[in-house]
Write a protein of this length. Sequence first.
Length: 160
Amino acid sequence: MVDKEYLRKYRIKNRRKIYEKQKEWRDKNRERLNEINLKSRWKNIEKNRDYARRKHLDDKMKVLKYYSITNPPSCECCGESHIEFLTIDHIYGDGNKHKEEIKRRNFHPWLIKNNFPPGFRVLCFNCNCSLGFHGYCPHGNVRKEIKTGVEVNAQRSLFS
């Protein structure tokens, strides 16, 4: 029978040596390791999907709570409070440029990792799209701004 206490102490004492041996094995057996990981991912696909959904929702809630001016989070323009409809808006209208710069598919983790930088706000999808496509929102409560902080695009309607 192996003494567990001895093994625990050995692992603690030789942590670096063990790590180096494991790294060496992983480097030599990369294809085999990839195959093992792939099988594991497919075997646990539902568990992985559930985790990804929960993580996405947790990150989204952190970001919405931080950038929202109300509690619970709601759209700054129309007041929509259904979480499913809320998005993060680039106040200065440079969302596509920013997306290309950061080269990330998931925006919420980037905001969290960068300590919630300024220049963002909470809008619902409709208000955000209207600002992006038309430069104004029909509700008239928010506007696109330029980097100097001066507001542009006075309120107007498609029908006026």
